[in-house]
Design a binder for this molecule. Structure first.
Ligand code: ADP
Length: 185
């Protein structure tokens, strides 16, 4: 088992961007629950149909659906040598489900990207123009930030000693350097 890394941070915090760079550097898969859900919606699967109403308003998709989806993904061969999780777990119940499923192969390092709220809103509104994601509008963005504070931020304490804090403001390359040096230390 290689490295097992979790990216944690607010919506618009740059988790996906950094996770994609790291997946290239380490050669282990990037597993993004949000991307998997958007793919399920695009291919009109049963999961996609169930998830879309929650995502459209910025609520979390029910735990049982997301946990089953990610557990299945983590069982594939390419995740045997490690993985980079992005967007999952998103609350303590999901973290416990993951810990039960993975045993000693659970998350080893948690990178928390720090970005203040005004910056994340600005980034998400810009992304809305570029990518056209339907959940990137101001009301939904504010709600997703609230969900992050209530549901996801407690995971920083949950993962305790394995948490590394990284300043998520600056150039993409600069932030990536900080991520890599945290992982090396
Ligand atoms: P962001 O972090 O910018 O909000 P994501 O792609 O991670 O973007 O998530 C988009 C949406 O997908 C969330 O608002 C939520 O509805 C759903 N989602 C993603 N991951 C999870 C998860 N682990 N549990 C529940 N819902 C999730």
């Amino acid at each position: 088992m290689g490295r097992r890394i979790l990216f944690l941070g607010p919506p618009g915090g740059g988790k996906g961007t950094q996770a994609k760079l790291l997946t290239k550097a380490l050669g282990i898969p990037h597993i993004s629950s949000g991307e998997m859900l958007r793919e399920a919606i695009a291919s009109e699967t049963e999961l996609g149909r169930k998830a879309s109403e929650f995502m459209a308003v910025g609520d979390l998709v029910p735990d049982d659906l997301v946990v089953a989806m990610v557990k299945e993904r983590l069982c594939r061969d390419d995740a045997l040598c490690g993985y980079i999780l992005d967007g999952f777990p998103r609350n303590v119940d999901q973290a416990e489900a993951l810990a039960n499923a993975m045993g000693s192969d659970g998350i080893e390092t948690t990178i928390v990207l720090h970005v203040d709220e005004d910056q994340t809103v600005e980034r998400l509104l810009r992304r809305a123009d570029l990518e056209g994601r339907t959940d990137d509008n101001e009301a939904t963005i504010r709600h997703r930030l609230e969900v992050f504070r209530q549901e996801t931020e407690p995971l920083i304490a949950y993962y305790g000693d394995n948490v590394r804090r990284v300043d998520g403001v600056g150039s993409i390359e600069g932030i990536f350097c900080r991520v890599v040096s945290e992982l090396a230390s």
